[in-house]
Ligand binder design. Structure first.
Ligand code: PLP
Length: 403
């Protein structure tokens, strides 16, 4: 190997020695409740496909029709020659669904966070306040700015208030307060109503919520409209970011809010201006996802909640009764093993002995001692499939001496 590339093997050795190598399992077919993973039929308990839409017949039909009418690629970035009627309809439909003035779609949630945060607080005269447990894509977005930055304690509005009052004394140009809507490791959600109250007195404060795991899951009357709707804060929270890659079953980041915000994003966001638009099939299927949730299958979010509540109660009752598990308020159900080896062993046994696909998440992705398997509920799972999963967790928990 060339001398200059030796770092590849050195760094990979460090990663593998620390047990942090990502070994990718291969899905040989669609992501659904039952998946074919490397020749094994398994029950999927760790996908973000919360509503089971990624292999839904109507979603596939919408995508196939779009391929027939619009081809497979868009040919360009939106701002040059890649702005199709389907992209416009997608944004219009999302704004309607979210009960906001306008919507802006980017290639992914990651690039929405990276590109928009970069422009919202770019200078040393700006300040960014971020929840301690915010997602890595937010952290990476913050890193691309020259803004002063501070973290406040997780979901702690007292800590946020202290930081706000301290930092506002320096007279910043803008104060960008960023929080995950739903926290992706623990499944708890941000107290957005209180965050709004704390920020309201500051005329230069901007609230930015990343609702990647709240979209399609939270919302009043099982609307799936997300955390902003859960608290009825439309028009008050300035920027609502989301993604189609989770409950909506496709792919694409989103920003919804005022028309002015969206026009500004369209003109400033480099990850949007410099990256091609989505294939037509993604746009058409994404529109269909919103139609399904709102009109064609209005019971789908309620079904997800029935599955969440059933699975979580049984898991806690059988002995996985950690406070982190109880504190989850969404489809993310963290099952704590408290030790990286136990979490990995449990996941391997679930997979090989019981046909359950649920991956471990261990230190450094979560704090030491909170090593876990993160189960993600799905509306399409049958009671029988949930029960198979529960039985497997019970036997594995006993074998490993968890209870
Ligand atoms: C909280 C949060 N924000 C953003 C993202 C990125 O979304 P996407 O997969 O659309 O890039 C994720 C995905 O892991 C997430 O969990």
């Amino acid at each position: 190997m060339q001398e200059s590339m030796k770092f590849l093997s050195t760094e990979m050795k460090e990663i593998t020695d620390a047990g942090r190598e990502w070994v990718h399992r291969v899905l040989e077919g669609p992501s659904d409740t039952i998946c074919n993973v490397e020749g094994n039929e398994v029950i999927m308990l760790c996908s973000n496909n919360y509503l089971g839409l990624s292999n839904h017949p109507k979603m596939k039909e919408a995508a196939i029709n779009a391929v027939k009418t619009h081809g497979v690629g868009s040919g360009s970035v939106r701002a040059i020659a890649g702005n199709m009627d389907l992209h416009e309809q997608w944004e219009k439909r999302l704004a309607e669904f979210k009960e906001q003035e306008a919507a802006f779609i980017t290639s992914a949630g990651f690039t929405a966070n990276q590109g928009v945060i970069q422009q919202l607080a770019p200078t040393p005269d700006d300040v960014i306040l971020s929840d301690r447990l915010n997602h890595g894509s937010i952290i990476d977005g913050v890193r691309t700015t020259k803004a002063k930055r501070a973290v406040y304690e997780h979901c702690d509005t007292g800590s946020l208030e202290d930081e706000l009052s301290k930092l506002s004394k320096e007279n910043p140009r803008r104060i960008l307060v960023i929080t995950d809507g739903v926290f992706s490791m623990d499944g708890d959600h941000a107290p957005l109503d209180e965050i709004y109250k704390v920020c309201e007195p500051y005329s230069n404060a901007i609230i930015y919520v990343d609702d990647a795991h709240g979209d399609g899951v939270l919302g009043r009357n099982y609307s799936g409209k997300g955390l902003v709707d859960h608290y009825g804060l439309q028009g008050k929270v300035h920027i609502e970011m989301g993604t189609f890659s989770k409950a909506f079953g496709t792919m694409g980041g989103s920003i919804v809010g005022s028309k002015e915000l969206v026009t500004w994003c369209r003109n400033k966001t480099r990850s949007y201006l410099l990256s091609a638009s989505h294939p037509p099939a993604t746009a058409a299927a994404s529109i269909k996802a919103l139609d399904l949730i709102e009109h064609e299958e209005p019971g789908i979010v309620k079904k997800l909640w029935e599955n969440i509540e059933y699975f979580k109660k049984q898991i806690i009752d059988m002995g996985y009764n950690h406070e982190i598990t109880s504190a989850s308020t969404t489809a993310i159900i963290p099952i704590i093993f408290g030790d990286p080896l136990k979490a990995k062993k449990a996941s391997n046994s679930l997979y090989s002995d019981y046909g359950i696909f649920a991956l471990p998440i261990v230190f450094p992705m979560v704090p030491r001692g909170l090593d876990r398997i993160r189960v993600q509920a799905n509306a399409a799972l049958s009671k029988d499939q949930l029960d198979q999963g529960l039985r497997a967790f019970e036997e594995v928990g006993k074998k490993l001496g968890i209870f």
